[in-house]
Design a protein around this ligand. Structure first.
Ligand SMILES: *Cc1c(COP(=O)(O)O)cnc(C)c1O
Length: 351
């Protein structure tokens, strides 16, 4: 048994979600949604930033509709908001999920005729409906809109999802037209099409409710949003140890960096298990008050080593900023801004 009087010392690694920036991002996206109200995609633990850190901020900013993917995500979100405000994008696959939906009060997004039948067989009740207008992932075909089982549903949000809203693609107006047509044939209370990038496509795409995700958390999927979106995630890690390499000594697994002269280096408490993936090592650097400290050798599971030439005064316990600018850094690393956030490891998440 753990001793309950034990107090966990502060971690040598921390993620700070700038709550003011998160709230401001939601308010800005709600405002540019025009007459529509913004909801929030909070799936994948708020894109890696932490449900407990982010959902109360979004709720207090005015958000009233929260999207998750899995039933396993419902309880954590419902700890902060009424379960009826939680929509589950994967819908219901079996009776166990229908029963869980009814017990919790979270609302399934029905994605197929089979899901519609399953939901109605279990007693029905309010649900949302996804209609596929071209992404070919989840959702009923527009040609199935007039099926009896669909007409029998009690649909709150009728939604569709844009495949290429981050580009100026002819697919956007095509999907818009298909969604408009579907709206005319399916009874519903609210209509919703736009994700973050879709909001930037203009008011035609906003309908009654928008569903921003990445932009809430600091991602800028389209240039139109760049002036209004503030960065949210900041990662810092402590130096665990400093040492001096002599010329010819190498650093880390497989010794991929070799010192050409005597140099002071620091071992830093962040690694690929935290989401600082190996591909993010080469050419990258940590920072201390603007001083650039290049990463040397391979990223380990729990550590990286940096060159302290620009900051020889630093010692064990000093904090460094770990580069996590999702808009600038993501393309350099061959990762999307989405992946930069959702790869954040469990021990680094905010709470
Ligand atoms: C994830 C998701 C969103 C949010 O998308 P972003 O590009 O992160 O804004 C909206 N709608 C659906 C259906 C999603 O799966």
């Amino acid at each position: 048994m753990a001793d309950s009087s034990l107090v966990l010392p502060p971690s040598s690694l921390r993620l700070t979600a700038d709550r003011g920036a998160l709230a401001a991002n939601w308010v800005a996206l709600d405002a540019v949604s025009g007459g529509a109200k913004a909801g929030a995609a909070v799936k994948a633990d708020c894109y890696g930033l932490g449900i407990d850190a982010c959902v109360p901020v979004l709720r207090d900013a005015g958000c009233e509709t929260f999207f998750v993917a899995h039933w396993s995500e419902v309880a954590a979100v419902s700890a902060h908001v009424p379960p009826a405000q939680v929509a589950v994008l994967h819908g219901v696959l079996n009776e166990a999920e229908c029963a869980y939906a009814r017990a919790t009060g979270a609302v399934p997004v029905i994605n197929s005729l089979e899901q519609a039948a399953l939901w109605q067989a279990g007693g029905g009740g309010p649900c949302h409906l996804m209609i596929d207008t071209g992404i070919n992932r989840l959702g009923i075909a527009p040609s199935d809109a007039n099926q009896e089982i669909i007409s029998s549903l009690d649909i709150d949000i009728l939604m569709s999802h844009l495949a290429s809203a981050d580009e100026d693609s002819p697919m956007n107006p095509r999907q818009l037209d298909a969604f408009r047509a579907a709206r005319g044939t399916i009874a519903h209370r609210r209509a919703s099409l736009a994700n973050s990038a879709g909001i930037a496509l203009g008011k035609d795409y906003a309908f009654d409710l928008t569903r921003p995700g990445i932009a809430l958390y600091g991602g800028v999927p389209r240039g139109e949003l760049s002036d209004m979106i503030r960065p949210v995630a900041q990662v810092e890690a402590a130096i665990l140890q400093t040492r001096t390499l002599e010329a010819g000594e190498s650093v880390g697994y497989n010794g991929t960096f070799t010192a050409s002269t005597s140099m002071k280096v620091g071992t830093v408490s962040v690694g690929y298990a935290d989401g600082f993936l190996r591909m993010r090592g080469p050419g990258n650097a940590c920072f201390h008050n603007g001083r650039r400290l290049p990463i040397l050798g391979k990223v380990s599971m729990d550590m990286v080593v940096v060159d302290l030439a620009a900051a020889p005064d630093l010692a064990a316990g000093d904090w460094l900023t770990v580069p996590w600018d999702i808009n600038a850094a993501a393309p350099q690393n061959g990762l999307s801004a989405y992946e930069m956030l959702t790869s954040i490891g469990k021990r680094l998440r905010c709470n």
